[in-house]
Design a protein around this ligand. Sequence first.
Ligand code: SF4
Length: 289
Amino acid sequence: MDVKLLSSNKIASVFGMYNEKGSFEAVVSRPRENKIVFVVSTLYGCPVKCLICDASLQYNGKISFKDMMFQLDYLINEISAEKLRSVKKFKIQFSRMGEPAYNDNVNRAIEYILKNYNELNPVLSVSSIAPFGTDNFFDKLNKITKIYGKRNEFQIQFSIHSTDKKQRDYLIPIKKMELKRISQMGLEINKNINKKITLNFALFDGVIIDTDTLLEHFSPDAFILKFTPVNPTLNALKSEISITENSSVWQKYKTILKQCNNVGYEIIESVGDFRENEVKSNCGQYVNG
Ligand code: SF4
């Protein structure tokens, strides 16, 4: 595997990783003093083609277990195990590039990390758009959380983006699980872990988030809502989906957050540091795109 540092600043670094099969990117993000996040790619690009994400500018299949662990070891060497042990929060996030539920090696990697990297005390995070037909992946994840969910930290996230079926289909143009099925799966996993299941919404002008629909499917006792900006990706710009590049633009979405909070949901406002856009380490961005 060849590795190249593609971009870097005080907040984040993006590494390009290349082999005969293709390329992917791995990210180290240091959003605040006591937090380090590794974003581990799960596919060579992505076949889903979400309108706000550039990972799907290419797609060359699944990343092997070995190459997933290569990413992790490479990033650990970059930061040093000592540093990771000393930070308050160290998170390993399986997400882009690639929809994790399309790759069973993700579950294998999670189990391996829990058995072999436990001294680093990582939070294991999986973020999925819940593709149709990936029930086996989540059943396996459920089994893993049954064993490890109370002694290790898990963060399981479903990126829904809209409660309106038509709008959700527009943003995520593949067949996906219905909200009812996501809720069932989420409730199962929630029983095993210490955190609520996260529902993620990337906010843009015209986004439809109906609190009645949310309450119909997702109990505030088991689900927490996370709101993120749509980052300046090539696909978002091409699709004319409004992006958020600074905190003053973000202010216009505060009403949505308040409405959700008023009906009983806990809210995570995950705006992050806009300097990540400079190095294209933010969600949906792709340096080689
Ligand atoms: S957001 Fe996730 S599922 Fe959608 S294209 Fe990007 S990597 Fe794939």
